[in-house]
Write a new protein. Sequence first.
Length: 304
Amino acid sequence: MSVAPSIAVPRASFNPLPLYIGLFCLLWSFAFVAGKIAVTDCPPLILLTARFSLAGILILGISALRGEALSLSWRDAAVFAVLGVANNAFYLGLGYTGLQTVSAGLGGLIVSANPVFTAVLAAAFLGEQLTWRKVAGLLLGIAGVSFIVWHRMSVGTDSWHGIMFTLASLASIVAGTILFKVFAPKGSLWVGNGVQNLVAGVVLLPFAFALSSVSDIVPSTRLLGAFAFLVLGGSILAYLLWFHLLKVCGATAASAYHFLMPPLGMLFAWIVLGEHVEVRDLMGIVPVALGIYLVTRPTAASAA
């Protein structure tokens, strides 16, 4: 009597990508609240200079202890240095400066247009397909964010000066996203993030001390806590996750998650800062979620 050979049934492997996406969205959106807390006690450019410099020193110091300090080629180090100027120094430096004379609502709305411009440029320069479904999803995302932010804008508090800074901030993060995909650095993302942060700190240093004073800093427990989160959760972990998502999801799909930042930031602001939230704010999350689904849902061809 023969016994039929047993057939090994492969076990479904755990996919950590949804976990990475969720953690990235939480860290990135909460950074808006932490930044708002920190800038009340510290000039923005001094805050960012200290944040980037400390994050870069920590990352590269840990890398040196692990023997990874020289794991980047000169070409990859140069790419990450350029990304540090675009994604860190310009994006946050210009954004924090703009928010001094622009309402948080308008600033959030402008920056959340990142997925639209990224999708268009990714189709033009990276060959990513811009299907009708992606276009519909991007428009839904913009509509949802606009619905949330529009009625939260403070009348008469926005200046063209601040708007121009915020638009330049948007252009910087879009450019950094496209540059990362175009040049595709091959080295360690961990070490590259250290280079990016350190270069951003060096670039901002002369502007920080030329435009503000250390005497303007008000030492406080909340400043220390916010700064610790911005360094560890923002500059180190969130950017590491961001680059990973760009690699595995593509520029358009990864950028679509930025549509979640205004509603999540609004939620955290309500929990931590006690800012008022209306039912209309929560209703706007529906088209945002549907838009992200349309943009990031794989097509039949790619899923095959």
